[in-house]
Design a binder for this molecule. Structure first.
Ligand SMILES: NC(=O)C1=CN([C@@H]2O[C@H](COP(=O)(O)OP(=O)(O)OC[C@H]3O[C@@H](n4cnc5c(N)ncnc54)[C@H](OP(=O)(O)O)[C@@H]3O)[C@@H](O)[C@H]2O)C=CC1
Ligand SMILES: O=C(O)CCC(=O)C(=O)O
Length: 440
């Protein structure tokens, strides 16, 4: 643990600095507070590298941009956009772009920092970055979203690029968004630069397998954890929060391997069926009706009831801070596999650990997406494309090996899998920092 005798802490005190940057509200830090707490927890395990730990607490670069667009009615609207490069010690920044009405600087900082940890935990040659625009995209037309995306790309064009920072899809963005970003960046630099974003359509240099990659990684790490816990896949009862890119792919792949999806929650509601929900049919129902509720053979539950559903595995695949000290005690699953970024607060983590619930943390469980993004980037550079079988085989191997090696670290130190992931990732990032040194 860091102490006041620690010379680095004395330096911080002399400078009048502390962990919370002045551009965040100290009384309401937001999601970045979770990340700071996670760094605090890992510091005692970093040995001499703890000397560099302040590096992790401060993002390397933050760009806040104004994104003005013409709406369809001829008026002008301004939106707040962000791109945060948390760390680039191990390579270019890498991470998605989120469109959501609740996006804040603190949230993008946290998401960017989690990318640093995730990329290092699975040993991809990247730092961490993330972007976002504070907008409810459901209220805007396709044309308005295209203008928004193109203007945002131009504004952040100062700091992105195939060798600098490579965006990808996240909540409410998709391959079409990436196609617009790629095209705008390419027009601005005067050449077709497919490697500037990943998660593109396959016909524009995207990779086969990227669509389902995050959900597939959730499945692979979840299945490995089940083996360790002596749980069988056949008939295992799964509850999924969030039925978008990550949640629905994870549900489909677990279903394909004999597990039973017993509950699904999204923004529109919660459905439950002890007999099991066919996720393919639920997806078709969602596409046709615009909501998950009303699915044949299921009953509707209240939002809070979702957390108490009788299940073996819980997959939060929506947003941050969903599992808190208020609902962690109700969770009946033995295993939680975090498809979302930051779904569990540190206080809830402690409660779950006390209750013997195993958590496969976001920085491992949902790393399948960025892993196939890495494959896409490599394919774009070499202009040589792999088959879907090759991609899936490489993805499965990376995810399984990362899980097994982090499980060993967890056993060796007697810590949670999250702390194990942070030990490995922070060590890799800070080793790179120390080797590169400071200039001059
Ligand atoms: N896409 C990717 O490759 C990766 C994504 N992630 C993380 O996974 C999570 C989900 O991302 P992704 O699937 O891409 O996003 P999507 O936009 O595709 O889907 C988000 C899903 O979450 C639901 N949702 C949003 N808010 C709530 C809420 N308050 N309660 C319940 N459900 C909610 C949405 O419901 P509705 O559709 O009704 O709005 C939707 O089903 C995020 O945390 C993201 O950062 C992590 C790694 C990679
Ligand atoms: O594919 C990527 O580059 C990043 C995906 C992402 O945003 C995430 O893992 O949270």
């Amino acid at each position: 643990m860091t102490t006041t005798q620690d010379p680095q802490n004395q330096t911080q005190a002399r400078l009048g600095q502390h962990a919370i940057p002045s551009y965040l509200d100290p009384n309401n830090i937001g999601p970045y507070e979770i990340f700071l707490e996670q760094v605090e927890r890992v510091t005692p395990y970093l040995g001499k590298l703890a000397y560099w730990v302040e590096t992790l607490k401060r993002p390397k670069r933050i760009l806040v941009v104004d994104v003005p667009i013409h709406l369809d009615d001829g008026t002008v609207a301004h939106f707040e956009g962000y791109r945060v490069q948390h760390n680039t010690s191990r390579g270019p920044a890498k991470g998605g772009v989120r469109y959501h009405q609740d996006v804040t600087l603190s949230e993008v900082m946290a998401l960017s920092a989690w990318m640093t940890i995730k990329n290092a935990a699975v040993n991809l040659p990247y730092g961490g970055g993330k972007g976002g625009i504070r907008i409810d995209p459901r209220k805007y037309s396709t044309g308005e979203l295209e203008r928004l995306t193109r203007r945002y790309t131009t504004e952040i064009g100062l700091i992105i690029g195939p060798e600098k920072d490579i965006p990808a899809p996240d909540v409410n963005t998709n391959p079409q968004t990436m196609a617009w970003m790629m095209d705008t960046y390419s027009m601005n630099v005067g050449r077709t630069a497919t490697g500037v974003v990943t998660g593109k359509p396959v016909s524009l240099g995207g990779s086969l397998g990227r669509g389902d990659a995050t959900g597939r990684g959730v499945f692979v790490t979840g299945a490995e954890a089940m083996k360790k816990l002596g749980m069988g896949l056949e008939g295992a009862r799964i509850a999924v929060q969030g039925f978008g890119n990550v949640g629905n792919a994870a549900a489909r792949i677990f279903h394909d391997h004999g597990a039973k999806i017993v509950a699904i929650q999204d923004v529109t509601g919660t459905i439950h069926s002890a007999a099991g929900i066919d996720p393919y049919a639920a997806l078709e129902h969602l596409g046709r009706t615009g909501k998950i509720t009303g699915f044949a053979g299921s009953e509707e539950l209240g939002r809070a009831e979702f957390w108490g559903v009788d299940c073996d595995v819980l997959i939060p695949a929506a947003l941050e801070k969903q599992i808190t000290s208020d609902n962690a005690g109700q969770i009946r699953a033995r295993l939680i596999v975090e498809g979302a970024n930051g779904p569990t607060t540190p206080a809830a983590d402690d409660l779950l650990a006390e209750r013997g619930v195993t958590v496969v943390p976001d920085v491992l469980a949902n790393a399948g997406g960025v892993t196939v993004s890495y494959f896409e980037w490599v394919q774009d550079f070499s202009s040589f494309f792999w088959t879907e079988d090759e991609i899936n085989a490489r993805l499965d191997r990376i995810m399984s090996e990362a899980f097994l090696s982090l499980w060993d670290v967890k056993e060796r130190h007697g810590v949670t899998l999250r702390t194990a992931a942070y030990i490995v990732a922070c060590t890799r990032v800070l080793e790179a920092r120390a080797l590169r040194g400071l200039y001059p």
